[in-house]
Design a protein around this ligand. Sequence first.
Ligand code: CIR
Length: 253
Amino acid sequence: MFKQAIVRKPCKNFQFGISTSNLGKPDYRRAILQHLKYVEALTKCNLSVIELNEDNRFPDSTFVEDTAIVDKEFAVITNLGEKTRQGEEIEIREKLETFYRNIESIRKPGTLEGGDVLKVEDHYYIGLSNRTNNEGANQLTKILKSYGYSSTIIPLKKVLHLKTGISYLGDGILLVSGEFKNHSEFRDYNLIEVQESEAYATNSLRINEYVLKPQGYANLTKQILNYNFNILELDMSEFEKMDGGLSCLSLRF
Ligand code: CIR
């Protein structure tokens, strides 16, 4: 069970963040509204939500997931792979220090972003991406091992982050799209294959009794309902424009 979440409001410079989506400029007011609904959904999932103030120095700082890995007994502060995002982790560390006695760090020349880290039961998958390098992935592997967790490194081909193309719904069920559909590492799980036109919704998020899912994507809704999950749908249009998915907007622990 998750009890807490940390989120950060989109800042006024949100539109200047990194984007490859070609979906146009995000509307700031809509982003704020969508973020508000996101927080409401987390609350409905029984999480107590800590909302950090917006930080105009970092356009992408609403995507807090990339700044840390949070488990029961420990947190790992990352070293973000994009120069414009380096420094976002400082305030997150301060906040996490109030919850954790064990705080580890990914250090230069290692880089790693939380979007590349997927926990499936007691095993971690670490994506090697443009943001997470070998050194960062190896540092995380060692840290996880010291806390008793195994891990596998997964080189990525196309996706921004590992969790862009795969997410864990619990009960042995993975949502997969693109390069993860026929991936040898994941074939023993129960796979829900997301069709390419709905690939964005692969980044759905199981929190306690609910699955949070981007609004729309009717086929995926049906597929998830087949497993009797309770779905909460959220309009994510403005975050999608900035390459961000549901998991990116919070740290859950
Ligand atoms: C970035 O490119 O860093 C942001 N615009 C989006 C980050 C999305 N984060 C995630 O997938 N964990």
